[in-house]
Design a protein around this ligand. Sequence first.
Ligand code: 3PG
Length: 400
Amino acid sequence: IDQLLAAGVAGKRVFVRADLNVPLDGTTITDDGRIRAVAPTVARLAAAGARVIVASHLGRPQGAPDPAFSLAPAARRLGELLGTDVAFATDTVGDSARAVVASLADGQVAVVENLRFNPGETSKDDAERGAFADRLASLADLYVGDGFGAVHRKHASVYDLPARLPHAAGELIATEVGVLKQLTDDVRRPYTVVLGGAKVSDKLGVIDHLLEKADRILIGGGMAYTFLKAQGHEVGISLLQEEQVPTVQGYLERARERGVELVLPVDVLVSPAFPDLRTKAPAHPTTVSADAIPADQEGLDIGPESRKLFASKIADSATVFWNGPMGVFEHPDFAEGTKAVAQALVDSPAFTVVGGGDSAAAVRILGFDENAFGHISTGGGASLEYLEGKTLPGLAALED
Ligand code: 3PG
């Protein structure tokens, strides 16, 4: 972006592909981290006299307008953060977008409606995506890619559009890639990775890769139960991906062979039913040993001994990467595991990176100071795929 600014952007229409995919409760944004993260790029472009068009996806609408996924709340919040009026187009490339862009003065900012209201954005068909990218390109003179959270998606605005306009990476992408490079190229050891979240199937690629890179992998969250099962334990009615058990057994074996310490919970909090996240009614969980989960109970968080164990491993690290909550942190009875891991990162002398999505939202929702971490990524899937060593379409498109 420095080169773009040096070449001069005054009076130019600059399309900024952001990731404003923030969690919403109705129209209330529950975590605005991603909007705050892209605001500096937008502010710099506007200050340099560009006419800034910010575009993003939100959620997964089915290629048609759906008010539940409108970007209007995110546009309002961006305006508050920038301290300026931000215009909002009620479509992405239609009459409203064209009129809003045409009315922008130098230094003004507009947000266009959710890119995924258009089937071309996510289409697997190159021609359909290309046709949509052509329409997006007609709105702008220059392109800035700064939606790090979406760079792993081969979508029109991420992958096809930069090929159609002079382009640059924004500040957020530059920062994110700089940090993740430290984890892949020259990591300080011991390197501990903490993985959680619901499904082990989302993490297979990264576990596979990290078995070659990390010194320790700590496993919590819903995915831990597939690991416990692979070790031969019964997991009651806990989340289990039975079909992944053989793969996970292979990981356990490889970890042993390679001397990678694979740490599983030693105790868990169980309850006979999934808690009510709306009323947050007390769930009265019980603590049980991880090898003795009763048949009629569901594991919903790591237990107190596991919290201590995980914290001690995190304390004794030079680098920590954490992705995925340890339990159903949205309910106070099952938030302690996630809190303990977040606190351990804060207390650790290690360089700590929180890998996006739920874990980034969790640390903020649970009240942690984000400055207490080395880096909080805005990318969930994107940061995992980067660590896997995959080519990310949205980064490749910005490279030339
Ligand atoms: C994310 O939340 O990880 C990004 O915004 C990408 O969203 P997606 O998984 O719906 O493509």
